[in-house]
Unconditional design. Structure first.
Length: 224
């Protein structure tokens, strides 16, 4: 088998594992949202298993990518494609961590009545799931338009984030006893907003793989 044929075969396997990783992430977010809305501790704990599967796939993809980079004379586009995958799995793994964090908070509520009807937070969950799905599809299909659209989708996440923060702040102002639960919801809100940022980052790595140009990641800017 030629080096090129071997490269194409191994890259296809990376694509398959990226799709599998994406599916576990989608499931993890769906489950942590369901656990929160339905007050289901068993579903919340299932997120921990999804997060372990995500970590295993990250290690597998990382190993495969490094092996590809060690092949003889990779052309510039090959190097960008594999390097982008290495960067993408870092963002995907962090999304898995944040889904686990949301599940952990869901478990902390116990049976106490919610101070706020859960409308906007599940809506954010739906949007970020689609963003993650689109980001991986954009990479596999080399779809620059879809990759760039993620930034627009994230604007909606940011709008909802502000609405939720304002609502929770007002609830604390009206009744300080709401503060403890409001802070938990604020943390969930922030995790979902960061998941959106990571999806945008993936889109930017897709753009790098296709064009060779890359912007500073949104999540990295937020951390500074």
């Amino acid at each position: 088998m030629s080096i090129r044929a071997r490269y194409e075969r191994e890259l296809s396997e990376i694509f398959d594992n990226l799709v599998a990783m994406c599916r576990h992430i989608e499931t993890a977010i769906e489950k942590c949202m369901k656990a929160l809305v339905e007050r289901d501790s068993d579903i919340a704990r299932q997120v921990f298993d999804e997060e372990k599967a995500i970590d295993r796939l990250e290690r597998k993809i990382e190993t495969d990518c490094l092996r590809l980079l060690m092949m003889e004379h990779p052309v510039a586009s090959d190097f960008r494609e594999v390097s982008a995958a290495l960067k993408m799995i870092t963002d995907l793994e962090r999304i898995g961590d944040q889904a686990r964090d949301i599940a952990e908070i869901a478990l902390q509520f116990g049976d106490e009545a919610y101070i706020k009807e859960l409308v906007h937070i599940p809506q954010m969950g739906e949007i970020v799931i689609q963003m993650i799905r689109d980001s991986v599809l954009a990479y596999i299909n080399k779809d620059l338009e879809l990759a760039r659209y993620l930034d627009k989708a994230d604007n909606k996440v940011d709008e909802i984030f502000v609405i939720v923060m304002n609502d929770l702040t007002e609830l604390i102002r009206k009744e300080p006893a709401n503060a403890e639960q409001a802070i938990k919801f604020m943390m969930i809100n922030k995790y979902l907003e960061r998941i959106g940022d990571h999806a945008v980052n993936i889109g930017e790595w897709v753009e790098y793989a296709i064009t060779g140009e890359h912007k500073h990641s949104k999540a990295e800017q937020d951390e500074k």
